[in-house]
Design a protein around this ligand. Sequence first.
Ligand code: NAD
Length: 364
Amino acid sequence: MTTYKIALLPGDGIGPEIMAEAIKVLKVIESRNDVTFELQEAPFGGQAYFDHGDAFPEATKAICDAADAIVKGPIGLSHEESKKIPVDMQPERGALLPMRRRYNTFANYRPVSLPKSIAHFSPLKPEIIGDGIDMIMVRELVGGLYFGKKEVGVNAEGLRYVNESLEYDENQIRRILVEAFRLADRRKKKLHNIHKSNVLKSSVLWNEIVDEVKVDFPDVEVIHMLVDAAATHLCLNPGQFDVMVMENMFGDILSDQAGGILGSLGLMPSACQGPEKSYYEPSHGSAPDIAGQGVANPYSMIGSIAMMLEMSFGMEEEALNVWQAMQAVFADGYSTPDLARGGSSNLISTSEFGDKVVSKLKRT
Ligand code: NAD
């Protein structure tokens, strides 16, 4: 019997609602495998700040340090609520970025998957979706503008100014590119390198390292694409992409656009891997606009669990079963209200969706 310690950080807004459904799925997996999941819940994010005076409390750090993997719900507050917290303690700056830094989770995988069973949720026309969309965005997660030096002040002319720097060294770039090339090599041997080398020196260095790493992956075709053009291509011809790699901020923005082409950010799970520890989280935020209503779709959270089963615990088959159970619920015509947008789906709540996934899963 293998025991895995899992830190559960439900987070803010819809976080606890969708986390509850993910736990149901974990229990099914545990019940039929030679594995025990030791689940330890801990506060993290905006509510943690209000309750404990710290968005990433020391006790939470200790639980995460001891865990084999971390499952994190979305964090964040509405614009108005955020103002009640000092800027540097607000959820992203006070919890999310420190966690990424603490565990050096440099590789962020964001699958963008639109099989036929959920193609009707996409705002794209059927002729653009074609046979379905199946790509994965690989985003560098602990460098660039989000982690560079920051300076705010008043300049010599008496004007308030800000200076934030986009910083990478070649090792940071190389390690994420190696991960992306490996993934492309295992899939369709096609890698879209997303950059902005016509303007940014950081992209010039990035592209030099792409050429260097490519030498070790002769079978992988590299397609270079400017990030602004990539935004357009994602809408007009998403089927051309298989693996995309990009720096931190480009990945943040383009992966939200990918959520848009699927029809909801609720369909975007993710995995964040470091050398020793990984955490798994939906790509989206805490969705304050729908929190507490039982309408958020837990697909992104349950999908993040599937990614953990595969990437941290080597349980590929069960991961696949989880994906298929979720697709099967959609294929039966069920949906949470956000996805349906007045369409013909049978509308169910967050927990009903989770229950249906569990019942499909039990039949596999
Ligand atoms: P958001 O991602 O929370 O929501 C954007 C839209 O997507 C909303 O309309 C929301 O209802 C919808 N949505 C998100 N998840 C959904 C789900 N599972 N099911 C159905 N619909 C879903 O973005 P926002 O409103 O700009 O940000 C809210 C807060 O989240 C902010 O404080 C932001 O800083 C934070 N945030 C956190 C993370 C993170 O924890 N990694 C990521 C992004 C944003």
